[in-house]
Write a protein that binds this ligand. Structure first.
Ligand SMILES: [Zn+2]
Ligand SMILES: [Zn+2]
Ligand SMILES: [Zn+2]
Length: 338
């Protein structure tokens, strides 16, 4: 099978050193590593790869590389923790802030094709990177810098929690190499490597994006029936222009199902009513991460709509905005929701 042979050939890594973030590497730059060729299957592309194993410092657990060099390079992530190398953030957060598309292969055959394709692209590009062909988004980068830790976070290298202790019967006591702590329950403990790699369904990323949006005054309204976002300060525009801008800014949200777009020309705003609340939330987070949305060459401000249900009448969506864009301090715009 020549194809198989080729795949394995690409899988052989010539690198003598893994791609690691500062945290995973640990404070000692001269750390001793054991190296095992074809030591394991890459968790992403399933090809055999060179596994490195090392102790990142006193009191830390041993760490090893989980994905191959190529897969790490493709996404610009650490081979062990899969966090972005530049910001130390989840791929999903980085991609939302930079408006990067999360392309994930759907089957095993697709997976191999996907990786090989990107490998070829990397070989063609001078700096060995496949992304950042998109215009660097300044607001997105600012956001990432704000979220990034400035120092390595060595606490992450601590031993795992002792499962026996959790069950209440660890007999090793002080000798136990694992942490004797009760783990924090919740969705954050259920992380999936493949999803984290491709930047989707990552609970940690979701939480970070939500909190970041909230810190910028984009807290999703408690009323879950609200599925409308408003774009403020628009130039003269069309519905298709608004749709195109949404697709460009949120390429990782697919499909963007919209119930209606209402453009109110006199107020330079548009009401975008999404089919699902969850979709409106994802778009709101992504747009807040990117500092708004550019429509027709102008950056518009994005805010949540507010519903004011009235007796006997269909619900209306209203917005009160106190930004300088409105001039008068406060504007109330009302539109019939479809
Ligand atoms: Zn791989
Ligand atoms: Zn790492
Ligand atoms: Zn224990």
């Amino acid at each position: 099978m020549p194809a198989k042979h080729d795949i394995n050939k690409i899988g052989v890594e010539s690198s003598d050193f893994p791609i690691l973030c500062e945290t995973c590497l640990g404070p000692n730059p001269y750390v001793r590593m054991s190296k095992q060729e074809f030591g394991n299957e890459c968790k992403i592309c399933n090809r055999p790869f060179t596994v490195f194993r090392w102790n990142p410092g006193a009191g830390a657990r041993y760490k090893k590389t989980e994905v191959c060099n190529t897969c790490a390079k493709i996404k610009g992530v650490c081979q062990t923790c899969l966090l972005d190398l530049e910001y130390g953030l989840p791929v999903q957060v980085r991609d939302a802030a930079l408006g990067r598309k999360a392309q994930a292969p759907t089957s095993d055959i697709n997976k191999q094709y996907y990786i090989q394709n990107l490998e070829a692209q990397m070989a063609d590009s001078p700096d060995g990177q496949t992304f950042d062909s998109e215009v660097a988004n300044r607001a997105g980068r600012e956001m990432l810098k704000g979220l990034a830790r400035s120092d390595p976070f060595y606490k992450r290298n601590r031993p795992h929690i002792c499962s026996f202790f959790v069950k209440g019967d660890c007999k090793r006591g002080g000798e136990c190499p694992f942490r004797h702590e009760i783990p924090k329950e919740g969705e954050l403990s259920k992380q999936n490597m493949v999803d984290r790699y491709y930047g989707k369904n990552d609970p940690v990323a979701k939480k970070m994006l939500r909190e970041s949006a909230e810190s910028k005054g984009m807290k999703a309204p408690d009323d879950k029936s609200i599925t409308t976002l408003l774009f403020l300060g628009l130039p003269q525009t069309t519905e298709s222009e608004v749709r195109a801008a949404l697709v460009a800014y949120c390429p990782f949200v697919k499909p963007i199902e919209i119930k209606s777009i209402t453009i109110v020309e006199a107020s330079h705003c548009a009401f975008i009513n999404f089919k699902l609340r969850s979709l409106a939330e994802r778009v709101a987070e992504a747009l807040s991460a990117q500092g708004g949305i550019e429509v027709g060459g102008k950056k518009a401000k994005v805010v949540w709509g507010r519903s004011r249900p009235q007796k006997g009448k269909p619900a209306t969506t209203a917005i009160t905005d106190s930004s300088e864009a409105s001039g008068s301090g406060t504007v109330a715009i009302t539109s019939e929701s479809a």
